[in-house]
Write a protein of this length. Structure first.
Length: 130
């Protein structure tokens, strides 16, 4: 029997296990900062496929922070619904394919017209709530 396929499979398995244990990929921090106008409070609820981070209430100019290790498979996704003054919006706050090379500490400023990353360098429009 040729040992090459078995060695390759064992190596691949080891890389996957080490990665999922968080030994290969860095930890990512996401901070969500309430930058709504007029001292408005923000309520947010962030989730991933496997994690529900709970409902958070942020006073004006306060922030919520969470961290995680991106998936070895490249499919980490966290999304948040955000509410203020009767308005409800949502946004994919961390998309691994979009953000993994862009930030290890991802600071989002929540504004009425949409979230902005890192000192308003990149701003997005809100996604509509159906």
């Amino acid at each position: 029997m040729n040992p090459l396929p078995i060695n390759w499979l064992l190596s691949l398995t080891l890389v996957f296990v080490v990665s999922e244990a968080g030994l290969l990929l860095h930890k990512t921090d996401v901070l969500i900062y309430n930058d709504l106008d007029g001292g408005t409070d923000l309520t947010l609820h962030c989730k991933s496929k496997n994690n529900d981070l709970g409902i958070q209430h942020l006073a004006y100019r306060n922030y919520f922070e969470f961290n995680f290790r991106p998936s070895f498979l490249g499919n980490t996704l966290f999304y948040c619904t955000m509410q203020w003054n009767g308005t409800m919006r949502w946004f994919d706050i961390y998309v691994e394919g979009r953000d993994v090379s862009r930030c290890i500490r991802c600071l989002w400023y929540v504004r009425p017209d949409g979230p902005c990353l890192s000192n308003y360098e990149i701003c997005y429009h809100w996604k509509s709530v159906a």
